[in-house]
Design a protein around this ligand. Structure first.
Ligand SMILES: Nc1nc2c(ncn2[C@@H]2O[C@H](COP(=O)(O)OP(=O)(O)OP(=O)(O)O)[C@@H](O)[C@H]2O)c(=O)[nH]1
Ligand SMILES: [Mg+2]
Length: 469
């Protein structure tokens, strides 16, 4: 969307993030900025001591200025003080009362923190009022709203800590409506959910109509960035699947594979998944704190459950025979279907090597091994499927940060939990077959048509949580 020249002249939209201490004000700003270095976040009350500004840009242009403020501590005493002052000075308007109070701030050292908040509030275009919905509805919150409303600015209540607290949320909504605050927002501050962020900007659009266009530009811009992040993540997962499904190790011994072969294959898969995990956490700027908050089964940057653990199969509800649970050899498959072809077809091809040069070159290594009577150790179908399912679930959690309770990866509930999440796409086997038929994709990242087609298909499955296309 193009901006008009009148918009270009406007200053950034000034937003004060206010509320009770520990409600998650600083966390909200971190989330909006995608910056876990902003300010200080702590379980202790009174963490933020000063007003701190940060900005959100569209390209180079500063569009929003967010002001973090200290939390309210004793709003009831403050309200009483304001009332006394009002009696004495008889201000014409509530905001005049606030200005009088601010001007006399030195007389009220007990309200040093609150004064900083009020000074910011009267200078802002809109107030985001953070609420920890787990808190009981006490008079102090009523007093906070009453004080803040004196600034004469639109107030948008933002409900935080909502995961698993639906009843409390409903009560808080009702309470805010009594103050005529009907527009409110649910936003778990650790959320990276673009939809929640978009709703915040849309609410601001309705509260600040004269800034509608700039906010729309911001929404479009953030949407584009969000889309790119998701694409990057899905493509990274696709790359992992390519690496693993195309893995093959020629078994030299006529007696089949050795334990060393298996261990080497297993370590390859573990490392590949580990790299992917690191990259995905980086793409979404996930920190150790986020990992804890989301209860990701990740410890010290590693998956807690080994990909070859039988519990993995159970957790993701894969229907497997006893052979897949054979411990030491878990994950091992023998590529009897050279490059996805039947042994017979491969032999036939071997016999006519001269005929199909391109095909022959593609499977040269496999065919040579086959003709020598050697076999290929590959990663079995179950492991490839498990990797897909686990990354899909991870992506789901990463893109819906903030819904901690729902987003947890279950490692205990076997096949009973969230069945749809265990379902492979209908065309899954076909897709894996294409991967297996292209072992050369493992070593060189391909840009060929077939590769790109499969990438589009699998990233589509990952991003749209569809089990079929
Ligand atoms: N589980 C969960 N924890 C959160 C959420 N938002 C904030 N927290 C935690 O709540 C605590 C307080 O968050 P802050 O962002 O420091 O709160 P604040 O309102 O800035 O607090 P003061 O600066 O002290 O007024 C921190 O430990 C955060 O990690 C949330 O949505 N979910
Ligand atoms: Mg803070």
């Amino acid at each position: 969307m193009t901006r008009t020249s009148s918009n270009d002249a406007k200053p950034p939209i000034n937003i004060a993030v206010v509320g009770h201490t520990n409600a998650g004000k600083t966390s909200l700003i971190r989330t909006l900025l995608r910056d876990d270095q902003f300010g200080e976040v702590d379980d202790a009350a009174g963490t933020t001591r000063y007003v701190e500004k940060s900005s959100i840009y569209v390209d180079e242009e500063e569009v929003l200025d967010l002001f973090d403020t200290p939390g309210f501590e004793d709003s009831s005493a403050l309200l009483q003080t304001l009332e006394n002052l009002s009696q004495k000075k008889k201000p014409a308007t509530p905001v005049e009362l606030l200005h009088m109070f601010i001007a006399q701030a030195d007389d009220y050292p007990d309200f040093a923190q609150e004064t900083k908040v009020l000074r910011q509030a009267v200078n802002s275009d809109v107030l985001l009022y953070m609420i920890d919905v787990r808190e009981p509805l006490l008079g102090k919150y009523r007093d906070e709203v009453e004080i803040l409303s004196k600034a004469g600015k639109p107030i948008l209540p933002v409900f935080n800590f909502i995961a698993g607290h639906a009843d409390a949320l409903a009560k808080w909504r009702e309470q805010m409506a009594q103050f005529n605050l009907h527009a409110a927002l649910e936003f778990d501050t650790v959320a990276f959910d673009f939809e929640a962020e978009k709703r915040l900007y849309q609410k601001l659009q309705s509260l600040l109509e004269h800034r509608y266009e700039e906010l729309q530009t911001l929404i479009d811009y953030r949407q584009k960035i969000w889309h790119n992040l998701n694409q990057a993540a899905a493509r990274r997962i696709f790359q992992l699947l390519v690496e693993v499904a195309c893995y093959r190790r020629e078994i030299e011994s006529k007696n089949g594979y050795s334990q060393a072969d298996i261990t080497s294959m297993q370590n390859f898969v573990r490392n590949a998944e580990q790299q992917a995990l690191q990259d995905l956490l980086t793409i979404f700027a996930f920190t150790r704190l986020d990992i804890d908050l989301q209860q990701l089964p990740v410890k010290d940057g590693q998956w807690e459950l080994d990909i070859f653990s039988p519990l993995m199969l159970k957790t993701f509800g894969l229907d497997v025979g006893a052979s897949a649970l054979s411990g030491a050899a878990a994950g091992a498959g023998i590529d009897l279907l050279v490059g996805g072809m039947s042994l017979g077809a491969a032999t036939l091809l071997g016999a006519t090597l001269g005929a199909g040069w391109a095909t022959a070159r593609k499977y040269q290594q496999e065919l040579t091994a086959l003709l020598r009577g050697h076999k290929w150790l590959c990663v079995d179908d179950n492991t490839v499927a498990l990797l897909y399912l686990r990354q899909r679930k991870l992506l789901h959690v990463l893109t819906r940060r903030g819904h901690a309770a729902q987003g947890k990866l279950h490692y205990t509930g076997a096949a009973t939990t969230e069945r749809a999440e265990h379902k492979l796409p209908k065309q899954w086997s076909k897709a894996v077959k294409v991967l297996r038929q292209n072992p050369h994709w493992q070593s060189s990242s391909s840009t060929g048509d077939e590769y790109l087609k499969l990438q589009t298909r699998i990233t589509g499955w990952l991003l749209h949580s569809e089990t079929d296309d």
